[in-house]
Design a protein around this ligand. Structure first.
Ligand code: F6P
Length: 305
């Protein structure tokens, strides 16, 4: 194996740069060149890449986002585009490809593997929504971001005895809401559809006020309902005034916490080891706290359920 490629795809996640660093470190040990395709699958389609060396990569190790860019490519879903990319990669003697992203990004990698390109995925998404891995890259940093931001907001809420509902990211998954709600000792956590019941919300507010708590906090997963919807229903049914807040992209930025840097390095090194062993259609994962790998198909089967 002489040359491999890497790209980041879908929403950026803190720790993606550390994973690229891990890939380059491991590849260099075995004299393998690494190409970084720019702006996700768009860079593969345009054959737009940079050579990734330690001098290029190391300054980004501790920084959030992805320095090689990312995108959500509709174009790459076309069979003829995938065939063109596979042909180009073969012509360029790119012997393997690592795709860092979420389940949508895995599907792109899987299609390329069916065209004879050795592919490995690394779960990079703040949502923690990839089956068969206990953690995805960026999740712990997103949790840190939410907790630290809401701590600040609650200082103001407490001064005014305000009642807040805060909508957090996660797409269809409720992990960010669950973890941050618990860490913040929120009065209510709405992480899955059955969790919202306006009568229960009213009781929770009253119990919290009876304890003389100076603010009330509800954390809501975006996949269940918006903060605005919560406000409308709760104000209409209970009369309590609600401050709705959409936390937004502050959750996705920021330098990765130590765990995401370490996980990035470990995932990156493991991905290259898998390529060197001739493995394909697999993605790195954490199971029982250890870095390992599972097949794309196993994860797809669980996502589709
Ligand atoms: O998948 C990561 C994520 O941040 C989700 O939590 C969120 O629903 C989505 O991406 C937001 O996407 P965009 O940045 O394109 O609005």
């Amino acid at each position: 194996m002489k040359r491999i490629g890497v790209l980041t795809s879908g929403g950026d996640a803190p720790g993606m740069n550390a994973a690229i660093n891990g890939i380059v470190d491991e590849a260099r040990k075995h004299n393998i060149e690494v190409r970084g395709y720019l702006e996700g699958y768009a860079g593969l389609i345009a054959n737009d890449y940079i050579e990734l060396t330690p001098e290029v990569v190391k300054p980004h190790h501790h920084v959030g986002g992805t320095f090689i860019g990312t995108s959500r490519s509709e174009e790459f879903k076309k069979a003829e585009v995938q065939a063109g990319v596979a042909k180009q990669l073969k012509q360029d003697n790119v012997d393997g490809l690592v795709v860092i992203g979420g389940d949508g990004s895995y599907h792109g990698a899987y299609s390329l593997s069916k065209l004879g390109i050795q592919t490995i995925g690394i779960p990079g998404t703040i949502d923690n929504d990839i089956p068969l891995t206990e953690l995805t890259l960026g999740f712990k940093t997103a949790v840190r971001n939410v907790v630290e931001t809401v701590d600040i907001i609650m200082q103001s809420a407490s001064s005014h005895k305000h009642l807040y509902c805060i909508e957090v990211m996660g797409r269809r998954a409720g992990d960010i809401a669950r973890w941050t709600g618990r860490a913040l000792d929120a009065d209510g956590i709405i992480a899955e559809p059955g969790d919202f019941d306006v009568k229960r919300v009213k009781e929770t507010i009253e119990k919290s006020q009876d304890m003389n708590k100076r603010y009330q906090l509800f954390i809501i997963a975006e996949g269940v309902m918006s903060a605005q919807e919560f406000k409308e229903v709760v104000e209409r049914e209970t009369g309590y005034p609600i401050h709705p807040l959409l936390l937004g992209h502050i959750q996705r930025g920021g330098n990765p916490v130590a765990e995401d840097r370490i996980l990035g390095l470990d995932f990156g090194e493991h991905a290259v080891a898998l390529l060197r062993e001739g493995k394909t259609e697999r993605c790195t994962a954490v199971i029982d706290n250890k870095v390992t790998d599972v097949s794309f198909e196993e994860t797809f089967a669980l996502i589709e359920k």
